[in-house]
Design a binder for this molecule. Sequence first.
Ligand SMILES: Nc1nc2c(c(=O)[nH]1)N[C@H]1C(S)=C(S)[C@@H](COP(=O)(O)O)O[C@H]1N2
Ligand SMILES: [Mo]
Length: 321
Amino acid sequence: MTQFRIAPPDMPLIRASEITPKEVFLNRRQWLAGAGALTSAAGLLAPSAQAAQVIEPLAAKPNKAFAPSDAPTDKKLATTYNNYYEFGTSKSAPANEAATLTVRPWSVEVTGEVAKPRRIDLEELMRLPLEERIYRFRCVEAWSMVVPWIGFEFRHLAALVEPTSKARFVRFTSVARKEEMTGLRTAVPVLDWPYTEGLRLDEAMNPLTLMSVGMYGETLPNQNGAPIRLVVPWKYGFKSAKSIVKIEFLEQQPTSSWTKSAMHEYGFYSNVNPNVDHPRWSQKRERLLPSLFASRETELFNGYTAQVASLYSGMDLKANF
Ligand SMILES: Nc1nc2c(c(=O)[nH]1)N[C@H]1C(S)=C(S)[C@@H](COP(=O)(O)O)O[C@H]1N2
Ligand SMILES: [Mo]
């Protein structure tokens, strides 16, 4: 563990005794940058620049009910080709930069139209019934993956706080820490931070809606939204907010960071739909990574029609995009 030996004393170290898991990963470029800074005359180093992330094995009961016919995407690809703008806008930035996010301890504030508002520790959330579910995951940019998520159904979390009869929507807020997130330090903010997303309450309560705490048999890598993120497999990927710190049950439909940035491009619903194009590109086909070609036809609701179509019966999906 040579990387720990060169860490300055004021840095949050991970003790060897805490490293039970098989993988401790530290980005090599970042490590080299840190080592360089230490040997330079200034020796100045952002406190977080050398953090390591710890990924632990995580067991969960496999639920094969929703598994698509395609094999899961290679883990390396799913953990290095990411969208997490708080760490930069390139696909490789999150894997290179996200180790700086402190993900323990962690808690989620659950509030709003609920009988029992409270802050819930990650440990308690991880005791909810975890399952491994292989879902299709479709980005609005017309690429897709197949990911073996580990998580619990959102409705189990809702049961802990008891939504009132006034609750009709849910807003999710991601963490926003300037000191730990390079993408928050840009001169012009890329999005209206913190990242927020919203669902109708019945969408959130659908058994498909997962709060994910792991993937590929392990806890989530930071770049994939550690320690807890949303997964809504019938909607475009941006609805699945990462590293969630707040969940609010609301009477009124909330807006979101993406809707605020481009109202005509990113609607509240954002259901995967081959018949509703993005204003700047077609959604008819998709590129199932690692393929370079959009050789797959996009499926309505990303293939989850049987589970979710009834949520939208009678609704004009073009108007409510
Ligand atoms: N906080 C936050 N959540 C986010 C994003 C983001 O930039 N910030 N990107 C979204 C988008 S566009 C996609 S496609 C998915 C990507 O998830 P993955 O990197 O785990 O595949 O995360 C979504 N959640
Ligand atoms: Mo996305």
